[in-house]
Design a binder for this molecule. Sequence first.
Ligand SMILES: NC(=O)c1ccc[n+]([C@@H]2O[C@H](COP(=O)([O-])OP(=O)(O)OC[C@H]3O[C@@H](n4cnc5c(N)ncnc54)[C@H](O)[C@@H]3O)[C@@H](O)[C@H]2O)c1
Ligand SMILES: [Zn+2]
Length: 241
Amino acid sequence: MPVSVLTGAGISTDSGIPDFRGPQGVWTKNPQAEANATIDRYVADPGVRRSAWRARLDSPAWSAHPNAAHLALVDLERAGLLRALITQNIDELHQRAGSAPGKVIELHGTMHRAECLSCDLITPMDEVLARVAAGEDDPPCPRCGGIQKSNTISFGQSLKPEVLDAARRAAQSCRVFVAVGTSLTVHPAAGLCGEALDAGASLVIVNAEPTPYDPFADRVINEPIGQALPTLVKELIDAAR
Ligand SMILES: NC(=O)c1ccc[n+]([C@@H]2O[C@H](COP(=O)([O-])OP(=O)(O)OC[C@H]3O[C@@H](n4cnc5c(N)ncnc54)[C@H](O)[C@@H]3O)[C@@H](O)[C@H]2O)c1
Ligand SMILES: [Zn+2]
């Protein structure tokens, strides 16, 4: 019974990384931050870039550890039931928890690398953040001098086609599609729920707040993920025995 899982920021809040749209979300508290999160604003405004580098340097993600929900998905994989773990998160906590890198599809990239917007050079984020900490408030690309940002998908940027294709195949080839900790408002990620349903999968949603896909789900679990996901994984493993 292959299971594909889509995770969002809500799976990492128990690890101390705030989500965007939950009650304590970064954008719920500061709507201006959402307006500044587009690629156009980032390229046009050095002030937006300076605050983005400061936020990256100060991110709680650098000291975060995987929580019980990340670990439950490792159990699901070790039971042989995981088709793919599609994540909108950029924190790499699934891999840190022990999910096989080959199973994890990072739809929105990773904050652990930086990229140059001019020459596409990819560098480890810690090297760039060391420059920020040393006083460069908007460190240019070491190769071409271009603007750098984290190797993540900003609003206004397209997902990598091969990554989205892999996610679509995983959504279309599972019996159960589980969406965890995502408001299901960011497309095309949210649309994977519809693609799984169209292909005949059942949809399970684990999220504290309602989502647009709740009416189509076979099961909606509005409970804290740290408890609800380990329980659900245990049920899936027991059902497969
Ligand atoms: N950890 C990260 O990597 C991280 C953090 C913030 C934002 N993001 C990015 O922001 C975008 C945000 O979209 P999204 O849908 O992933 O997040 P979102 O902020 O839109 O939604 C998160 C959802 O999780 C729910 N939630 C939070 N903590 C929960 C808990 N402990 N138990 C139950 N429900 C909980 C909230 O109610 C909310 O509906 C993503 O594309 C992602 O790239 C990533
Ligand atoms: Zn460059």
